[in-house]
Write a protein that binds this ligand. Structure first.
Ligand code: AHR
Length: 647
């Protein structure tokens, strides 16, 4: 009875008062409010969460150089079935060379045809086996007198009962030599429950080093990338790639920094190094591969150079002590953009890339606000002076932005660009609207070099966050999208930005951080809702910034335009639980009557995962009746890119 009365009363009210007009979004299309930086959307990367080893870098053998070891070589085991006996042990007494100062020794004391013995590698959480696929295996080997082969290389089931692909080499001698063998699978059901083995069928003592197995790579590049993971990145159409970190640039200690010179050349000359995220990097994805990766994406490198500070607090005093590091950075830049006739340009040419790469920005260090010694100001000056003297065309980025107190920032010179990092809760990003309005337009340009919204109670670096899903849910995507509208509204100032971290291997134990943008295991890859949100934004930008304002609504908006196609990109983010109608007023342009809406909307808890990769994906729809003052309803928990054509 009470309910019926209330309903009657509200119907009466609706009849008496006209419905309130929808909140208005006003867009001024008469003149652009600024230029959108051509590099606005990009990617940030480092070796974290097995981003490269066990990720983008296609190598399938884990601990290929036997340098991860306690008493026994990690991820390797001896193979010896019925009627065979064998043992394996590290043998630093038989190094491959100075860069790889160890090997594994296989002692087969009993073996015969049908009773093999050897070594097995478990891969990075399995070995991906696909049908009708060619794998390239290689290894260094030498044997004690009396054994010349053959050695069988095979990809097989974890228990060794099913062989997926096999090949043989012979002519093994008592000196180190590299052997190559191609393994081709037949038609089969894909699986990652597989291992790689090297076996013999007679007693022998053999040493192995640098054992490698590559599946087909992107464009079949040698030492290349996983095509499926790289394609996800290419699809985002990034304009730059920030590398090599992040903390990975700095290392825990100075000796653990990213020493780019040690990441060049044949894999047998790359020792790898201990990375700050708790595991060793092979450096198979080294400086040259970073540059090729950027080129594969049609993106330009944004090079981070080591600046004399490492994570555990050690720093190099500015002045003469820092000079070798400055020189190292100059050499590195020469590798990237020097002519093929220069010392480091010729090393690049020798590696197969005579033409210089593109480079506009160099970042000096990473998060140097952690350096409590106060040395960054002078360290930056020293790098900046040297880089600008030799390469006046380059823009140099300071790692301390305006989100840090003035006394931590660079004060002795005015950096051209400063890098700001924001790992924030969804709520904090929703409240960030207007943050950049306060920035001095005459000051440095802003690079938001790392950002990401987290939706769980745990900060991304908190180990407890590892109990949560590796990638974020729709709620986080809403926070990310709201933050992107703030950065896009200020695209005259914020010349570049990139989410971090980019990649995560979703297997237990593989991750050090959450949330992350793209997840994968050995066989599969998927994008989080945030991935789809960023891709929507990044692939619909244009070159002009338009002034837009929203009144009386929580819907957040940014508007850009492509001056050539005369398309307006109106980005709308509705964090609310109810659909939000908005009236869109456009002045200074007549609109075409039909538009396209790209929509990502879902329950805030909805997410994608390795087993359910497409729960939250964008949908495309047509919008009719478009004209200035039309009403568009942004779905609840929705992110929309409205593409409005100008007549
Ligand atoms: O993105 C993860 C880490 O966060 C980066 O390595 C570091 O720069 C930041 O603190």
């Amino acid at each position: 009875m009470k309910r019926a009365c209330l309903l009657a009363a509200s119907l009466a009210l609706a009849a008496t008062f006209p419905r309130a007009a929808a909140p208005t979004i006003t867009i001024d299309a008469s003149t652009p409010a600024g230029k959108v930086s051509p590099l606005l959307y990009g990617l940030m990367t480092e070796e974290i969460n097995h981003a490269y080893d066990g990720g983008l870098y296609a190598e399938l053998i884990r601990n290929r150089a036997f340098l991860d070891a306690g008493a026994a070589p990690a991820h390797w085991s001896a193979v010896h079935g019925d009627g065979a006996a064998a043992a394996i042990a590290l043998d630093p007494g038989q190094p491959l060379n100075a860069a790889i100062p160890t090997s594994v020794r296989l002692d087969v004391t009993q073996a015969a045809a049908g009773h093999r013995a050897g070594i097995a590698n478990e891969g990075y959480w399995g070995i991906p086996v696909r049908p009708k696929t060619r794998y390239r295996a290689s290894f260094f080997a030498k044997a004690a007198p009396g054994f010349t082969g053959p050695i069988t290389a095979a990809i097989e089931s974890e228990d060794g009962t099913t062989t997926f692909a096999t090949g043989r080499v012979s002519g093994v001698t008592q000196a180190w030599k590299q052997y190559d063998v191609t393994l081709t699978t037949a038609g089969l059901a894909p699986t990652a429950k597989a291992r790689f083995v090297l076996t013999v069928d007679r007693p022998a003592t053999i040493w192995f080093s640098l054992v490698s197995l590559f599946p087909p790579t992107y464009r079949n590049q040698a030492n290349g990338f996983r095509p499926d993971v790289l394609q996800m990145l290419i699809d985002m159409r990034p304009k730059f790639l920030r590398f090599p970190g992040g903390n990975y640039l700095e290392g825990d200690q100075i000796a653990d920094r990213f020493e780019w010179k040690k990441t060049l050349g044949p894999l047998s000359e790359r020792p790898g190094h201990m990375a700050p995220w708790g595991y060793r990097s092979t450096d198979g994805l080294g400086l040259h591969e970073f540059l090729l990766w950027a080129e594969d994406m049609n993106a330009e490198p944004l090079l981070g150079v080591y600046a004399g500070y490492s994570l555990k607090g050690a720093f190099v005093k500015p002045g003469p002590d820092l000079e070798p590091y400055v020189q190292d950075a100059l050499d590195e830049i020469e590798y990237v953009i020097g002519p093929a006739s220069s010392k480091w340009g010729s090393a690049r040419a020798k590696a197969g890339h005579p033409a210089p790469f593109k480079l506009t920005y160099v970042e000096v260090g990473n998060e140097d606000f952690f350096d409590r010694s106060g040395s960054y100001d002078q360290r930056f000056v020293q790098f900046n002076t040297a880089i600008k003297a030799r390469y006046p065309q380059l823009q140099v980025i300071s790692t301390v932005g305006f989100e840090h107190p003035e006394n931590q920032r660079v004060r002795s010179v005015r950096p051209e660009v400063v890098d700001e990092h924001y790992y924030r809760t969804v709520e904090s990003f929703l409240k960030a609207r207007g943050q950049y309005d306060k920035y001095d337009r005459k000051g440095p340009r802003i690079f938001v070099g790392e950002w990401g919204a987290y939706e769980t109670p745990f900060e991304p670096w908190n180990p407890r966050s590892r109990g949560e899903a590796p990638t974020p849910n729709m709620r986080a995507a809403i926070g990310d999208a709201a933050w992107m509208t703030e950065m896009e509204r200020n695209a005259d100032l914020i010349i570049m930005h990139c989410y971090a971290p980019l990649l995560v291997n979703v297997n237990p134990g593989a991750r050090q951080w959450r949330p992350n943008l793209i997840g994968y295991d050995a066989l599969r890859v998927y994008g989080s809702p945030s991935y789809h949100a960023i891709k929507l934004f990044a692939t619909h930008v244009g070159d002009e910034l338009l002034k837009a304002s929203a009144t009386d609504t929580d819907v957040q908006v940014s508007v850009t335009r492509d001056s050539r196609s005369r398309m307006l990109y109106v980005k709308l983010v509705n964090p609310g639980a109810a659909a939000a109608p908005v009236q869109i007023d456009v002045s200074g342009a007549a609109l075409r009557p039909t538009a396209t809406a790209l929509t990502l909307a879902a329950d805030p808890q909805a997410t994608n995962s390795i087993d359910a990769p497409e729960q939250v994906v964008p949908v495309t729809s047509q919008v009719t009746g478009v004209k200035s003052g039309f009403t568009y309803t942004v779905p609840a928990h929705g992110i929309v890119v409205l593409m409005l054509g100008m007549q």
